[in-house]
Design a protein around this ligand. Structure first.
Ligand SMILES: [Zn+2]
Length: 147
């Protein structure tokens, strides 16, 4: 359990770094995948899903990328548009939202480790000097009944 949490916080830190790079990167680039009717793309600071119910005859399905300065969408958006004659739907989820969520969880994971130093009680931080065999005399954590 402890080992898993220790591992998770580094996964969280790596995810934060990746999300930050992806978010900043999308201010100037677009990268995604499209089928005939659906486009999934990282762009304008967002994860965007666009649906073209009648297809995009001018676009070839597959991966695509573009580089240029984009207007950044800071808030989630749902946009209905038209493409030639069909109605389209565009959903934008700003990447700072998962960044903040993962970031807070990661900070909490790090703080947990700072608060409870190695060798200390995991409940109250009493210094057990690394000896967990009898639990904690301070708060009773993992302690067998010794009466
Ligand atoms: Zn304790």
């Amino acid at each position: 359990m402890k080992r898993k949490r220790r591992h998770l916080k580094w996964v969280g830190a790596a995810a934060c770094a990746l999300l930050l790079c992806a978010w900043i990167g999308t201010f100037w680039s677009a990268f995604g995948y499209q089928t005939r009717t659906v486009v999934v793309v990282l762009s304008v600071g967002c994860f965007e899903v666009s649906v073209y119910p009648k297809g995009m005859p001018t676009q070839a399905p597959g991966w695509f990328a573009a580089w240029q300065p984009y207007e950044v969408y800071w808030l989630p958006r749902l946009i209905h548009g038209t493409f030639i004659t069909s109605r389209t739907t565009h959903v934008f989820v700003p990447l700072w939202i998962p960044l903040v969520l993962v970031g807070v969880a990661t900070i909490l994971a790090f703080r947990h480790d700072w608060r409870f130093a190695p060798g200390h009680c995991q409940m109250c931080d009493y210094d057990l000097r690394g000896d967990f065999s009898t639990g904690c005399p301070e708060c009773g954590w993992e302690r067998e009944d010794v009466s």
